[in-house]
Write a protein of this length. Structure first.
Lengths: 250, 361
């Protein structure tokens, strides 16, 4: 089956159309990832790891080797690969629950150790696969299945600022950014820089991508984009937090 | 860089943890991943001192969950990789062990049992038998060796890597704190010079060539969508495991041929049992001892033969019936009564076994 001309070469045609819900942001992030793999010419070196949650649906997404792991455990599995085979380009792909809740100790420690892997974390403010529960990234007042009256920050804390945390604990040479599916060109640049950071071996690389979950948000197209562009960005500032060779706080 | 860590054969007087580190070196292990917990720490201590001299690697992780999963990652990449843990660390590591079962990851786990449940003691027990054989949300498709001496630790640590890579099941060396910490004499050797060929490893991901062009990409998963789909996968696991089992099972027996009483014990307790058999034989009692070396799969056929003429089994272990449960499940239908001698979390001497058997008359 021939792919539409604008699909990345690294995508696996046999597994398209993909399995994500209509309107989901994962397809967009994975398109950016695919284009970066193409442009860097690293398809044969990639080991792609995905978490549990909606991100697991990417397990056969690319024509690259891929390991679908356990919830929260993608970072250590890929770290294990990279430590044993430093010539591989390791991408750990996960959601906000996997990265900031159940797997937060792995994210923090991989970042602290400056592991030469790339973590791409899709933030859609909830646990999508399990039916829309409150996530570490759920916005204050936001209704989910486990915060039906709205997230009470007094009782449950504030949304996790992932890139800010990772930026604070990584040394110079790491790459940390937050992009959004609302600005794909920028998101793609960030993912490319993250992969280049790994290729150059200067440090850990981390990109959070703001993304949409209209299924669990129960939003129409207009409200979905409004939420990603207006609501989420009030708490999650888009931009680069740490770039190898550049002064911090840029 | 030094070449072979061990040339020819050499006798050493060392701790069990040191033995494991040397055995892993001799077995051509590429990388160890680990997290500190007593009583396995010195495996890491020796490994981190020795490994760089032989071009081997180490990663200290943030916890045992990570140590297990990074080990799986190393194995995926084609490395001969292992980790070591104990007690609460073994509990945490069940998650990656379960993934290793499902995905047929030939990872090696060295367990140095300590007291349980919970944090308990850092000293010794045989209370991690059930956890190591059947932990996780699966069917216990694991290979578990129970060494009884430093020589066993050396031999079976090397063997564990070969068994793991030959049959592609996670493989365990289930030692204990006594074996880990005590010193005794052991002969270390280069496996090749003994005619032991190390089972070759394989890159499970990262093979040569462009995926999708020169070869199919490795798309590895442990998630399935339907009951039927999963059932096929689990049946394949189970079939492969039981097909390999007859080649894997190992045991030892002592004076069982004419024994009225057969002592069943494993691990370090086999030594008390062996000494007790000698003592009781000297006293004119027909006592024998059966020692399973593999707890999983269990050497049931050999055991059935060993107890064929027995009037009683005395089951001796430093746990409240974990080996007992294994044995009873395997021996279902047997008429031979089983008398327990359980001392959870405590060592057992030959004198105690002799006294127990003599008292019951």
């Amino acid at each position: 089956m021939a792919l539409a001309p604008n699909m990345p070469k690294a995508w696996r045609a046999e597994t398209k159309p993909h399995k994500f819900c209509p309107g989901c942001g994962h397809g967009l992030v994975l398109k950016a990832v695919g284009e970066c793999i193409d442009e860097l010419g690293i398809q044969d070196r990639i080991v792609f790891g995905c978490d549990i949650g909606c991100s697991l649906l990417s397990w056969d997404f690319f024509n690259t080797d891929a390991i679908q792991t356990h919830h929260g455990r993608t970072t250590p599995v890929l770290t294990g690969v990279k430590r044993a085979r430093p010539d591989r380009i390791c991408i750990a792909y996960m959601g906000d629950g996997g990265g900031y809740a159940i797997g937060s100790q792995h994210l923090v420690n991989a970042a602290s150790r400056n592991e030469k892997v790339t973590v791409i974390l899709v933030n859609n403010c909830n646990y999508g696969m399990t039916g829309g529960q409150m996530a570490p990234t759920t916005l204050p007042g936001m209704k989910t299945e486990t915060s039906p009256y709205g997230r009470d920050v007094e009782a449950t804390g504030n949304p996790t600022q992932g890139p800010e945390m990772v930026s604070a604990i990584t040394p110079e040479g790491a790459y940390v950014a937050r992009g959004t599916t609302a600005n794909l060109r920028q998101l793609k640049k960030m993912i490319k820089k993250a992969l280049e950071t790994q290729l150059n071996g200067t440090g850990f690389s981390f990109v959070e991508a703001l993304s949409a979950c209209p299924t669990n948000w129960r939003t129409n197209a207009k409200d979905t984009w409004n939420f990603v562009e207006k609501e989420m960005t009030q708490y999650f500032k888009v931009g680069e937090l740490k770039v190898p060779g550049e002064k911090e706080g840029k | 860089m030094a070449d072979k860590p061990i040339k020819g054969e050499k006798r050493f007087f060392v701790t069990g943890n040191e033995v494991v580190a040397w055995a892993a070196l001799a077995a051509d292990v590429d990388i160890m991943y680990g997290y500190p917990i007593t009583p396995q720490n010195e495996i890491m201590h020796y490994w981190t001192r020795l490994a760089p001299k032989y071009g081997r690697k180490f990663l200290q992780t943030e916890d045992e969950i990570s140590a297990g999963f990074t080990t799986c990652g190393g194995v995926f990449s084609g490395a001969r990789a292992f980790t070591a843990t104990a007690g609460p660390g073994n509990t945490l590591m069940q998650e990656p062990m379960s993934m290793a079962e499902m995905m047929r990851i030939p990872a090696v786990f060295v367990i140095t049992q300590r007291g349980g449940p919970s944090t308990a003691t850092v000293i010794y027990s045989q209370q991690e038998v059930t956890l190591t054989c059947f932990g996780g949300n699966g069917e216990g498709m694991r290979i578990v060796y129970s060494p009884g001496s430093h020589q066993d630790l050396y031999d079976y640590t090397i063997k564990a890597f070969n068994t793991a890579w030959k049959y592609r099941f996670p493989t365990f060396v289930l030692g204990d704190g006594y074996q880990a910490k005590m010193r005794e004499s052991v002969i270390m050797y280069d496996p090749e010079e003994r005619g032991v060929q190390m089972e070759p490893t394989e890159k499970i991901v990262g093979k040569e060539g462009m995926p999708g062009v020169d070869r199919e990409p490795a798309h590895l998963r442990n998630t399935y969508n339907t009951e039927e789909e999963l059932n096929v996968v689990v049946n394949e696991l189970v079939d492969a495991f039981w097909k390999a089992a007859p080649e894997i099972v190992e045991h030892q027996e002592f004076n069982c041929e004419d024994a009225d009483i057969v002592i069943v014990a494993h691990g370090v307790v086999t030594r008390a049992a062996q000494a007790a058999v000698k003592e009781l034989r000297d006293q004119g009692k027909k006592v024998g001892h059966f020692r399973p070396i593999t707890l999983r799969p269990y050497p049931i056929e050999a055991m059935k033969k060993a107890i064929a003429q027995a009037k009683e089994i005395i089951l001796v272990e430093s746990a409240e019936g974990q080996l007992d449960k294994l044995v009873k499940a395997e021996l279902y239908g047997s008429k031979v009564p089983i008398t327990p001698y359980f001392r959870p979390g405590m060592g057992i001497t030959s004198e105690e076994i002799v006294e127990f058997i003599n008292k019951k008359g």
